[in-house]
Every structure is written in C-alpha cells, then in structure tokens.
Ligand binder design. Structure first.
Ligand code: SIN
Length: 295
C-alpha cells in the first residue's frame, strides 16, 4: 500500500512506496486515482520507466491524446511529447519553453484534458519547476456576486496564449505550422466549470486559451477574463514543484492552472509528457468515483 504526504498546506500529494515499473493491481491503482482527485497534483518520485510503461500508466487515467505538435512525439510512442531544450547536431530534440504561462492543457479542445503527466528525464542545475494554481480554491473565494455573474457564462477558447501572440517570444503558446493551426477548433467551455468527477466547481482556463465570452463585447470579456486570471493566479493559490530525476507528476486539468518556468536555455531540461482526455470510455470508473464523492 502507498503512503501519502502533502506537497503543500493547500493541495498536492506525494505517493510513496509505489514502483510504477511493476504491475499495479486495481486496488493499488484506485488508491492512486483517489489521491489524484483529492490532491489535484500527485507525485511519484524516482521512477525508472520505459516509454511503454509510462504510456501504460497514463492509459489507466484516460485515453491519451497525442499533441498537435507531432514533430516532437517520442519515436517509440506518439502519445509521448518530448519537452526539451537539448539540441543534437544543432537540431532541437524536443519542444522548448512549452507552456511558460498559466494555462490548462487542451482547454482548446471540446473534450479537454483530464490529466497531464510529466516524467522527468534530465533536471536542470537551476530552476525548471512547474507552478500549479488551485482553481477550486480560487472559485470558492470569489464574492457571491461574481459567482452569480460568471455562472451562466461560456468562454470562447482556441489554441494560444491570449496574453502573448508574438511567435518569437518565449511565453507564446508553442508555435504551430499552418497545417497544425488548421486542425485547431474554436470551442466554448463554462467559466465556472463543475469537475467532471467530483462535481466541485473551479474557474476553468481563465488564463491561456480563453479569448472571449459568448454574447459579451470583446473589451468587456477580456477585462473580465483578466480580472479572473489575476485573482486565480495569486501566490496563495500556487504550489511550486521541483523535479528530481525520475519524478512523475500527474495533475488534474479540471481543477488547476499550471505554468512552466523559464530557465537558462543552455541548462539541459528534458521531460516526457502524456495528456489524457476526459472521455466516455472512462464513464464507468468516473461514475463510481463520483458516487464516492457524493456519499
Ligand atoms: C506544460 O505545460 O506542458 C509543461 C510544463 C513544464 O514543462 O513545466
């Protein structure tokens, strides 16, 4: 059985005594999944996994969705996106500076991401942490009048970082080719979005891919989204995760914003990333967990 230790006073759990390279029975996996939904960030340190083992673990959380940036898919498995600033023969080996602004993964898709998991391969000498911001706590703390105002609202999302559209900037959303851009839809999500498993409301992707609000003039919508983003990313809602080699972090995209932190481009940092979707194939498991939370 795993033991769990808090990562911060507010949220985040570290699971100890778990070796993901060995078969994990249903009971052991259920325990981890419960901790994931309870903690929103789940960490398993010092793992030694092959690409296949990493994908097998992620698959138990939901169906993996390969990233639109297909030039940095892992050669052994396209479900893994390589995040790296390392160059070989002058060419990038992975996606550099990905997600260096607060955002939610795949919030630009109609069926968005349930979880993202990163597996740390090379840790830089300085920095390279990931920041998480608790959007359930941020929602709970809103004045009642603001909750009533945003409750019926739908935000308009598409791929990008609304605060930085300069393709030469390090904090722009990772740049897509024309063909990749053409595959990206414009969709909507509720701003105050109930969690698909626990039902608990959170501010959803108020930073990153939200560019407007249905039925609201553009300026007013941007002002409201910016106000919510300022509130939602205050230090009191944040957790900073520092990687060691082999660490795995899994986060709940329905409950959090997250951001990579910029580092010296010559200080090597490499992680493998898998993102799994919210999806009906997991409806049974989700229904069971939802009942547990309702009880
Ligand atoms: C991401 O947002 O996908 C990357 C996070 C990180 O590299 O810290």
């Amino acid at each position: 059985m795993a033991t769990f230790a808090p990562l911060s006073p507010g949220f985040g759990l570290e699971a100890r005594d778990v070796d993901l390279s060995r078969p994990l029975n249903e009971r052991a996996f259920d325990e981890l999944e419960r901790a994931f939904y309870a903690g929103q960030v789940l960490v398993l340190r010092g793992q030694k996994l092959t690409p296949a083992q990493f994908v097998a673990f992620a698959r138990r959380l939901g169906p993996p969705q390969p990233h639109v940036i297909d030039q940095f898919h892992h050669p052994d498995d396209h479900n893994i996106l390589i995040l790296s600033n390392v160059k070989k023969d002058g060419k990038p080996t992975g996606l550099q500076d990905a997600g260096s602004y607060f955002h939610t993964d795949y919030s630009y898709l109609q069926i968005p991401a349930r979880a993202t998991t990163l597996y740390s391969i090379v840790v830089p000498k300085v920095g390279g942490d990931t920041l998480f911001a608790n959007q359930q706590a941020a929602y709970d703390d809103l004045p009642e009048a603001m909750k009533r105002r945003i409750d019926p609202l739908l935000a308009v999302h598409h791929y990008g970082n609304r605060n930085d559209l300069d393709e030469s900037s390090r904090t722009v959303a990772s740049v897509l080719s024309d063909e990749q851009k053409a595959r990206m839809p414009v969709i909507t999500h509720r701003i105050a979005r109930p969690h698909p498993v626990t039902g608990r409301k959170a501010l959803y992707a108020v930073s990153g891919s939200s560019f407007g609000i249905v039925g609201m003039p553009e300026d007013e919508a941007r002002d409201l989204l910016d106000e919510l983003a300022r509130h939602a990313t205050q230090p009191k809602y944040q957790l900073r995760f520092k990687y060691g080699v082999g660490d795995i972090v899994v986060w709940d995209n329905a409950a959090l914003l997250h951001s990579a932190t910029l580092i010296d481009p010559d200080d090597a940092r490499t992680l493998w990333r898998i993102t799994v979707l919210e999806e009906s194939a997991h409806a049974t498991a989700t229904a069971v967990l939802a009942q547990t939370y309702a009880a």
